[in-house]
Design a protein around this ligand. Structure first.
Ligand SMILES: NC(=O)c1ccc[n+]([C@@H]2O[C@H](COP(=O)([O-])OP(=O)(O)OC[C@H]3O[C@@H](n4cnc5c(N)ncnc54)[C@H](O)[C@@H]3O)[C@@H](O)[C@H]2O)c1
Length: 431
């Protein structure tokens, strides 16, 4: 099929590359000229495992092209995905200006039947709005489909290629049928393609992210109670996760959730529920717990040192999770800023996110090229992102480099006994 994907970010680029991989002709559109120039040269501007190879291969095969010209892409395609950002607006609602702006431009360029797909995460009712905007611009027939994306950064290509399910919200069979056909190559192992109304599809995405955020905040509270009673949250987590009704994933306590989705999607769900006079009490608590938890390791440091003023703190991990360079709403931002405000010196290391971190903290933080370099003369190490390379370090070398052998592990990647044996004072979450 001939496909256009508008917005070539984490979602749009993965979507475009994966659809090209299954044989479709895909044109990726972005308004960012520098990004399009890079992509045309085969350079992928974000870090996502496997994506560079996929983009290069499909570009070289001629199935994947890049442009800033929306109008031409619309004319050349049967299906047009909208995968632009829906950032948090000032009142917590999802800011739809990019989605609706693209919908209008699509309407203006249509020269026949098209399927317009909302891939961006959008509040319930957005498909209706998109339909109304396009209707104002064109007399040609069209279908609007809601097709929320469930991929996770760090494993985006794999998630897209092997989805747990595909959700298609459609109000007419023509659009739904094309979308089902497009997704069949990715669901051969039996993952369901669920066709439903647009409102249900839109809400499915928010409900999924909100329940995952809720599990994280819930376990962070359990971890805090573990600390008060001397229980071990790892044991509790394993016991709870073994229950098939509950399952083991998203039960890891830590420094709170971040990223480009959970924080804004939780806020947006609270907000559009409130628009219908519904007070989403659980999610308000989920947010409050998360804000508190992001400060957990700085609180522990202040308890340990009295004050962190004048201390040198090494930070391992800045990205909001491993295998991505994304720092949107990363707990590291709250932690580093809070350390700087309290007069600490921060020496940070991250395998992928330093370029982005420089844009956030500028010269207020010293960036190390290697993990061990960040430890030189440090009074403590804070582990904020659980990158694989932090899991089995040379502890003797770490001790040698640090001024004080103190570790604040915000991701529970080491065992308390092991750290004691290596001569560290060790703090973690809920143990
Ligand atoms: N990142 C994720 O893990 C993830 C997962 C599922 C769903 N989503 C949702 O998908 C959407 C996109 O997220 P993302 O992380 O890919 O965002 P992103 O910021 O990485 O990418 C958005 C892209 O859209 C481009 N863009 C904005 N306005 C445009 C316009 N008018 N014309 C052409 N291009 C335009 C931007 O230049 C940018 O390259 C959001 O609604 C998000 O909530 C994201």
């Amino acid at each position: 099929m001939k496909i256009a994907v508008v917005g070539s970010g984490y979602v749009g680029l993965v979507l475009g590359a994966c659809l090209a991989e299954s044989g479709n002709d895909v044109v990726c559109v972005d308004k960012d000229e520098a990004k399009v120039r890079m992509l045309r040269k085969g350079h992928v501007p974000i870090y996502e495992p496997g994506l560079t190879e996929l983009v290069k291969r499909n570009k070289d095969e001629g199935r994947l092209t890049f442009t800033t010209q929306l109008s031409r892409a619309v004319k050349a395609s049967q299906i047009i995905f909208i995968a632009v950002g829906t950032p948090q607006g000032e009142d917590g609602s999802a800011d739809l200006q990019h989605v609706l702006g693209v919908a209008r431009d699509i309407g203006k360029s249509m020269d026949g039947y098209r399927v317009i797909v909302n891939k961006s995460t959008v509040p319930v009712g957005t498909a209706e709005k998109v339909r109304a905007i396009i209707r104002r611009e064109t007399t040609h027939p069209f279908s609007v489909v809601s097709n929320p994306e469930f991929l996770k950064q760090g494993a985006a290509v794999e998630d897209f290629m092997k989805p747990d399910r595909v959700v298609i919200g459609a109000e007419d069979p023509r659009g739904a049928e094309l979308m089902v056909a497009l997704h069949q190559p990715f669901t051969r192992t039996g993952a369901p393609i669920m066709v439903m109304d647009c409102a249900s599809a839109e809400l499915s995405k928010y409900a999924s992210n909100a329940i995952l955020a809720t599990r994280i905040s819930f376990m962070n509270e359990i971890a805090n109670v573990c600390e008060l009673y001397g229980a071990d949250v790892d044991r509790v987590r394993q016991a709870v996760g073994a229950d098939r009704r509950i399952g083991a994933s998203f039960l890891f306590p830590g420094v709170g959730y971040g990223g480009s989705c959970f924080p804004k999607d939780v806020k947006a769900l609270i907000r559009f529920s409130a628009d219908k006079k519904y007070d989403f009490r659980i999610l308000k608590a989920v947010e409050a717990v998360n804000d508190w938890q992001k400060r957990a390791i700085v609180r522990k440091m202040e308890e340990h040192f009295g004050s962190v003023k004048g201390r040198t703190i090494a930070v391992w991990g800045l990205a909001f999770k491993p295998k991505t360079d994304d720092m949107r709403e990363a707990p590291a931002i709250t932690i580093v800023q809070s350390l700087l405000e309290r007069g600490a010196k921060v020496q940070a290391y991250d395998p992928e996110a330093v370029r982005i971190a420089r844009g956030i903290f500028g010269g207020k933080v010293t960036y190390a090229a290697k993990g061990y370099e960040a430890l030189k003369g440090a009074d403590a190490l804070a582990i904020v992102t659980e990158w694989q390379e932090f899991r089995e370090p040379d502890f003797a070398r770490m001790r040698q480099l640090m001024r004080n052998p103190v570790v604040f592990d915000g991701r529970n990647i080491y065992q308390p006994q092991q750290m004691k044996a290596h001569g560290f004072t060790y703090y973690s979450i809920g143990r």
